[in-house]
Each structure stands twice: as structure tokens, then as C-alpha cells.
Design a protein around this ligand. Sequence first.
Ligand code: MTE
Ligand code: HPA
Ligand code: MOS
Length: 734
Amino acid sequence: MKNIDSISHVSGKSVYVDDIPVLDNTLYALIVPATIAHGVLKKIEYTGDHSDFVRMITASDIPGENQIGSIIPDEELLSSQDIHFMGQAIAIIVAKSLNSAYMIRDEVHVEYDEYKAITDPRVAFNSGNIIGESRKFQCGDIVWADCDTIVSDRVDMGGQEHLYLETHGSYVIPTERGYKVISSTQSPSSVQKMIARVLGISMHLVEVDVNRLGGGFGGKEDQATPIACMAALAVNITDRPVKLILDRIDDLKMTGKRHPYSADYKIGMKSNKIIAYDVIFYQNAGASADLSPAVLERTLFHATNSYYIPNFKATAYSCRTNLPPNTAFRGFGGPQGMFVIEAAIDKLAEKSGIPAYVLQEANLMKNGDKFPYGQITDNLMLTDAWSKIKTIKNVYEEEIEQFNHNNKYFSKGMAIMPITFGISFTNTMMNQGSALVNIYQDGSIGLSTGAVEMGQGVNTRILQALISSFGVSADRVKMETTNTTRAINTSPSAASSTHDLNGWATLDACNQLIRRLEKLLIDEYQAGSVEFINNRVIFNDRSLSWDELIQFAFTKRVDLAAHGYYCTPDIYFDKEKEKGHPFAYYTTGVAIQMATVDIIRGTYKLDKIDIIHDSGRVMNSNLDRGQIEGALAQGLGWMLLEDLQYDDNGRLLSNALSTYKIPDINFMPDIKIEFIGANNPLGLMGSKSIGEPPLMYGIAGYFAVRNAMRNHKNIDMAYKTPLTPERILMGLFS
Ligand code: MTE
Ligand code: HPA
Ligand code: MOS
């Protein structure tokens, strides 16, 4: 099935928040951002007389709690006094037109006492600025004396801007019954809960509706919430509809990004086997917790990537700095954990003279191996994928040798990257989904779930599940918006789990309806076996069309609506012991990347990548390919291109697309994808989740470039991302 949004996307008919026609009396809001990164707010005032000025709203206008921290209550909606990052909201300007709002905002007068800003996580750590508790995952006993090769080093990874095409935005309308909130959020229920908290009202007075997002990538899991809260606050105060959309500059400046990390490790092996790994992660959380503690946890889960390491210790600290609060981003801390172990293996390879792929292969996880946190693997396709990649590697190797032999100023290299990504929210409680299936009396169907469509194609997948259950064609079904009155207490659409959780819930609702319809056929016609197929129901030696069946069921007073629910079975995690079985299953695969470095200029070309990916039983190969290509682009961009720069005062320097480069079609390698995989009983229709895992194939890009440099000459270059042409040049000539 094609993505059901494809026609409306290319014809421009897809509706986003800013496309919704506004009511006549709508007001426009803008956020007044702090212009220092650390200090105290002394004074804020607007003394102008613009005729379109309606209100300036500050912390003291908040009727409920001025608190939006979701894991740790450490984040004000509007600063009451303390400033923790540049771009922090200190007031909201409400005006009769958007243009006027901009002019008024320019004239707001703010005075501060400014303090020194901290932007580096290690500096924050050393001055005791830690968020929450440190975490430690551990297994076995590290005995360095048992190792024959030991290396240690420091690794630094940059952050990453989400750059969803649709910026943050919300349109809130006062209604007779409370608030109707249209939000570009991955988490409608979080928006509902926080608006209720900020306004001091109950959740049932807040209805949140999401049509679709122009991309979220994790950036709208938590951080859409304050935008919607501010719009709702303005509605509460003015009693008029309020629209608040961030322009690109504001969005880049005010919102958090992927967490930069710094890490120290020591790793040891005996012949080919890694027998000891000790690593410390310093996460740059930014100014408040946001989702950082959960991201930190996933870094630990993925600190050994796809390798079995019997003796292991990983310690992680979330460090509070004066940057915008960093947040969820595709991979959710996993990529950072994986990059460090790959860097460690790279260095082991360099020191021992054994090629990295030999070490990777020798330590690859097998079914039945145990992760340091206790989960035993099964249904991994790693070794199958690896053996296919090995064949491709021989071809790559030959091409590289020949090329390097014939070229003096260009050098080719390659790298292999296996991935093993745990599927489920690491917070067990969040693994629940729900659906509401309504069959109208003419046989047409309305389907509501907790899933938010953000381009990943979740609506298409869930629709596929429903039509395979009812045996009806897709045009009989309307995918409704995600709405908190139809799907309640939803988890964010995240953790690559959206279609599993809400798809299984949909199937639960479908099964209830099918049982009711079967009972009707048994009661009325003594039906034996009943089959739903091709818009018909077949029983005994006769059949009815689906529509006839439904009309008949309606006249016989059969309930034609069902609520479905799903929660992932058998998962748990004990945070005291840091052990458990947190994931439903793992998505795995292996990629091999080739790159060519221009030795004179430091530029590079990503030649090609071959990916052997385990998607279980593929349920939609179009969508799966789209997810792999998109995630890979983001992974390669994070590793090689996207250079977030802040100055020492916490000011974002890469604050526009002229200074922040993202991947484009020319940057991307030729991509070949082969799917392998077996039926996955815990995945929707036997598939495996694919939203985040392929991002980590991008890590191969870093090492392919590094190996291309190394094939030219010995290098002594810090493990620091992104590996931009400037860093490559300095690496080659140092
Ligand atoms: N694909 C598109 N086109 N747009 C997005 O915003 N988000 C990614 C991934 N793929 C995203 C995307 C992230 S971060 C996640 S967690 C998953 O989709 C969420 O959807 P799923 O749970 O249905 O896989
Ligand atoms: N992944 C993504 N989002 C989340 C998670 C997770 O594991 N936990 C909480 N939010
Ligand atoms: Mo995805 S980072 O879990 O929204």
C-alpha cells in the first residue's frame, strides 16, 4: 500500500496547523525570548502604544502552576525570575495581527543581571550541576590484567537540530466546554495534561486535536507542550482564539536538540574477544530535565551496541548547562551510546593491527546472549545480515584497493555498522495504545487511535492492519485525527512503537467487532466458519457483502463501535538493580559504507551504502524503504555535516540554514537495501519497528571517512563529531 497521504502531500492539500482557516476574532501570539543564557530577570515592560497591542503575559498571569517539567519538575513555562538559557520564554505578546506582534515584540524592554554561562557538560559536571541521579549499568568483573590489548580515549559527539519542515505551532479556541487545542505535537495527552496544570483546571476541559505533523523526529515529543500551553494561557486571559506559530529563526533559537555527549572509555580484549569495557557518559542536557533522564537511560541500554561484552561498566551523568533543554531525537540517546563503542573498537583495531570488522564479527551478539541489563536476545538476524555483508565487503575491498593504488590525491575507505535497537519505551508504563473503531450503518468505517501521523506512515500501517482484519478495501475507512476525546491517556507517538501499540489496539477492537458479527451470523443463520474477505463475509454456502452485513447487524441492534486496547506483554525493568527485560524485541541489521576523501581539500563523497535490514515480515516495503533512507540521511548528517555551534555565552551561532547544513540528495550515497527477517510475533502483522533504528547506520559514514583518511596516511585525530571537511583537513595535516 502506498502512503495514504502521498496524493494530498504532493498536491498541497495536506493540512498543517498554520493552514487551518482561523476564526474572525483570532489573536496572534509571539514568545519574548531571553537574550542572555544565565541570570536574573530584573524588569520587563512594554510602554509602546501600538493600536494592535492586546496583552503582554508574564509568569504572574498564570492561574495554575508555572511548571511544565514532565519527568522532573524543574522547568517554568514563563520565567518568574531566573534565566537558564538564551531563548527561554519570559513573556508572551498577544496582538491583533502577526505583523504587529513582531513590531511590538521588538519594543519590549527587558533588564537582566547576567551571570556566566556554562555550555560544556564536563564543566557542568565538575561544578556539580547534575540533573537527577547518575545511572550505572554493570555486569561481570572487569579485570584489566586478563586483557592483552587495552586502549582508552575520549569521545565527543555534537548535537543535532530536528529541522522538521513544519515548525512548532498551536491554535487554541475557547469553546463553551473549555478549550479546543490544535497542536503540532507527538503527544496530545501531554499537551492536555500540562494545559490543565498551567491553567489550574481539569483535563476533561481540554480537547487536543492533531491532524498530522510536518515531521517531529522526537522534537515534538515534549517540546510542543509549552507552545500549546502558552497559546492556551493567552486564550484563558483574552477569551479569544489565539494562534502561536514559531517562525524558523525562533524555532531554531528556542527549542532543544539532540544531546551532545562527551565520554571517556577504556576497553580491553584478549585475542579477538572484548572482555572488558568501562565507559562514562556526560550528557549535555541543557537547562532543564525535559526527557534527558530517559534519553540517558537509553544511552546505557545501547552502550554495547550489537556486541556481547561479558564484563562491563557504564556510568552516565545528565549535566545541566545553559543551553535550551535538549530533548528526544530519533534514536533517543541510543546513537550516542553506539558511537562510543564503535570508536573504541576502531581504536582497538588501530592498536592491535586487527581490522575493525574482524573485531566486530568476533564479538557480535548471537541469539541467546545476554545484554548487561539482563535481557536475553532472540529473533536477532545479526549473524545472517553479517554474512551477507561479508560478501559485499569483499567487492568493496577490491574496488578500494584498486582505486587507492591508482590515485594519489583521493583515498577511499569503508566501514561496517551493525545495529541492535530495543523496541519499546524504556519506561514500561508508557507501552500502551488504544483505538476506537466505529462502523457506520452503511458499512463505512471511522478509525481513531492514539497514533500521531508525522510522515512515518503510521496511519497507513494501522489502516493495513484494519483492512486485513475486516477484509474490506481501504476506501471504506477514514483515518480520523488523533483526538484526546476519542483516544485518551495516550503515550507519545515515539520510541518507534506507535504502530505496534496502536495497531495492536486497533486489531483488538476489530476482533471484538468480528466476534459480535460472527455471533449474529451464528444466531441468525447457524453459520459454521465465517470468513471476511474482499468486502464480503462468507459463511456456510453463501455470502453477504460487508455493507449488507453491517446494515443487517444494525437492524438487529448489534453494537458497531469498539474500543481496543493493547499493552506490551512481559516487559519490565527494575531500576534499583538496573536489570530486566525492557524491550518487546530488537530491530537489527548491518550496513557497509564506502567513502572517498579528497586529500587536498578535505572534502569527501559518500559513494555507496549496502544495508541488510531485519524488518521481520515486511508489512510495507515502500514505507520501510522511506524510513531507512530518511533515518540514514539524519544519521549521516549528524555524524558528518550538521555542526551546531554555540558561543561561550550560550548563543546559538548556527542559527539559520545558511550556517547549519543538513543533508541533501547530492550528499547521500547510493543506497541499496535488502530485507531479511522472520515473522515477529510481537510486531504488527509480524513486522519489526523501523522508525529510529536505521539512523544508526549513519555511524558507518564517520568511520568510512576516517578509514579513507587512514588508507592515505596514519592519522592521530580526536574522535569528535561531526567530521566536517575542516576537521578532516586538520586531521590530515596535523
Ligand atoms: N519519519 C518521518 N517522516 N517523520 C518523523 O517525524 N519520526 C521518527 C520516525 N520516523 C519521524 C519519522 C521517530 S523519532 C520515531 S520515534 C518514529 O518515526 C515514530 O513513529 P513509529 O513509532 O510509528 O515508528
Ligand atoms: N523512547 C522514546 N521516547 C521516550 C522513551 C523512549 O524509550 N521513553 C520516554 N519517552
Ligand atoms: Mo522518537 S525520538 O522516539 O520521537
